[in-house]
Design a binder for this molecule. Structure first.
Ligand SMILES: [Zn+2]
Length: 125
């Protein structure tokens, strides 16, 4: 299967080793890609685990899992990585009513003990 993050690689050679915990995403962009794939799979546990520890209280595993499930994740576009800890992206998906949606976000990541985490995001229109 092609990786849902649209890298052109197979899932096994791309985001899967991050989801299984075999490897850690080496850059914020790769973490971002693996989180998009985790919505597509979906894998709510991975989405929680890759959220910065102090920010986890603002999210719920169940909500992340459901958000992944009810939508069909069609495409990820990385727009810009202005610094090593920032990623601007566009995530395309079809919602539960079959309507195409675009989520444009500028996300902030942070490294802690050698692992990247998602900290927060600003939604752009
Ligand atoms: Zn991938």
């Amino acid at each position: 299967m092609n990786c849902p993050c649209c890298s052109g690689k197979s899932y096994g050679d791309c985001c899967k080793p991050y989801h299984t915990g075999e490897k850690h995403a080496p850059t914020a962009e790769e973490l971002m890609r693996s989180r998009f794939s985790a919505f597509a799979i979906p894998n709510g546990d991975y989405l929680m685990e890759t959220t910065f520890p102090s920010k986890r209280k603002f999210h719920s595993r169940k909500d992340l899992q459901e958000w992944g499930e009810i939508n069909t994740w069609t495409k990820l576009e990385i727009i810009d990585t202005p610094t090593s800890d920032q990623v601007e992206f566009k995530a395309y998906y079809t919602d539960e009513h079959g309507k195409p949606q675009l989520h444009h976000e500028h996300s902030l990541f942070r490294m802690l003990k050698g692992k990247w985490y998602y900290v927060s995001g600003k939604f752009l229109s």
